[in-house]
Design a protein around this ligand. Structure first.
Ligand SMILES: *Cc1c(COP(=O)(O)O)cnc(C)c1O
Length: 423
């Protein structure tokens, strides 16, 4: 009998039975039958410590013996308090308040509601729409779908169901652009703000790396310019660091490259090292203090059942300790060197007729094909070489776990290259 499990993003007619994973260790996982695959994606970018990390597993076991769950409505507990303090310490200065939720999408929903209510409480109820960027991906719930790329994104089918927001063009200047090279991108952003700022509550972006929308990378100057524009037009700046947070771009947070503090920042994926679903929406005093007041409208009406789950908070704290004690930023720099050397500096790859672009940022690398059909079958082929790769559309990428060894990283990039050059 076929399994009753309904898989995501799959064509039910053509999909083949999904192989069963029975365990994992480090950067690899093992399938029923003994096949072992080196994971180039760290399970949708969240398993940054790899599989079965002994310290993370021990932290969950220990916490499970004390307290698995309790509601955060009217109650608190040590893991939530400690994690909130730790997040305030490591995030850009000024993000001093932490609202927990259970997934990246919900963390973004919280951010958007917070931004709209903020303006309501400031006496500007007309600012109830959002400004997002083309190529954006912010999650799969309704509110998030409405701020994903409305054309190329995967949610165009739901256009009639979703609220309408504003979109600015995706930034085009590369990561290492000079300030004058981002001027056109910022001018396009300014144009939308100039026309519509009276109804815009917040500008949302995945800073530096638009991940699921095609691994589009841009410059820290763009983030600084966006910050200035938001201040000019009284629009809150929301950084969705669900994918970029916890080292993916080479610094702890993408915001750190630009020395910018957003008004609201959302973290998930790497937050718990993928061991449990959780998210955090951080806010500055400016946002938080607007909610201090006497009317019923001042309460923030959101409260996911599992917000601040003790197991999730505890494993997040342990993951953060490992991150700092084991110099993950140094490891990420090492991985980055291998990615640059093996992919970015490969002239044959860059010159290949099916390759449109090769980009690297931190522990992220992508080979962008000109057409999606160039990548048809790459997943199965890579699996035969012992690598788990799962391209998105035209983008063949790796976002490895940070514990991936140099030899493993080279195996991954060799297989990515061979698909184009060596088969
Ligand atoms: C994955 C992702 C989300 C959604 O997170 P979920 O936990 O899958 O709901 C939101 N924003 C970005 C940038 C993401 O990469």
């Amino acid at each position: 009998m076929t399994s009753p499990v309904w898989h995501p993003y799959a064509h039910l007619k053509t999909q083949r039975p999904a192989p069963k994973v029975i365990g994992g260790k480090g950067a690899t996982f093992t399938l029923e039958g003994g096949e072992t695959l080196l994971d180039a994606t760290c399970s949708w970018w969240c398993m940054i410590h790899g599989y079965a990390h002994p310290r993370l597993v021990a932290a969950i076991r220990e916490q499970a013996g004390e307290l698995c769950h309790v509601m955060l409505g009217g109650l608190s507990h040590e893991p939530a308090d400690r994690l909130a303090r730790a997040l305030v310490r490591i995030t850009p200065a000024g993000l001093d308040h932490v609202f927990f939720s259970d997934s990246g999408s919900v963390g973004m929903e919280v951010a958007m509601k917070m931004a709209v209510q903020y303006h309501q409480l400031q006496g500007r109820p007309g600012k109830h729409r959002l400004l997002s960027l083309m190529k954006a991906y912010h999650g799969d719930t309704a509110g998030c779908m409405a701020v994903c790329d409305p054309e190329e994104g995967m949610h165009s089918l739901f256009a009639g169901y979703l609220p309408r927001h504003h979109f600015a063009p995706a930034p085009t200047a590369p990561f290492d652009a000079e300030p004058d090279e981002v001027e056109a991108d910022l001018a396009a952003l300014r144009e939308v703000l100039q026309c519509h700022h009276h109804e815009i509550a917040a500008l949302l972006m995945e800073p530096l790396l638009q991940a699921a929308g095609g691994l589009n990378m841009t410059s820290p100057h763009y983030l600084r310019g966006a910050r200035a524009l938001c201040d000019e037009f009284d629009v809150l700046l929301v950084f969705d660091e669900v994918a970029t947070g916890f080292g993916r771009t080479g610094r702890m947070f993408a915001a750190d490259h630009a020395d910018v503090t957003p008004d609201i920042m959302v973290l998930s994926k790497g937050l718990t090292g993928g061991y449990l679903g959780h998210a955090a929406t951080l806010a500055t005093d400016r946002v938080h203090d607007a909610f201090v007041g006497d009317t019923p409208e001042h309460a923030f009406m959101h409260g996911p059942t599992f917000m601040g789950n003790p197991l999730a908070c505890r494993v997040a704290l342990e993951g953060l300790a490992v991150f700092e004690e084991e110099d993950y930023l140094g490891r990420i720099a090492d991985l980055n060197r291998v990615l640059c050397e093996t992919l970015l500096e490969d002239e044959a790859l860059a010159a290949h007729p099916e390759v449109a672009d090769v980009r690297v940022l931190g522990a992220t690398a992508v080979i962008e094909a000109r057409e999606a059909r160039s990548l048809a079958g790459v997943g199965d082929w890579a699996r035969d070489q012992g690598i788990w790769l799962r391209p998105i559309g035209r983008w063949l990428y790796t976002m490895p776990a940070y514990i991936t060894s140099e030899a493993e990283m080279r195996r991954i990039t060799a297989v990515m290259k061979e698909w184009f050059l060596g088969r």
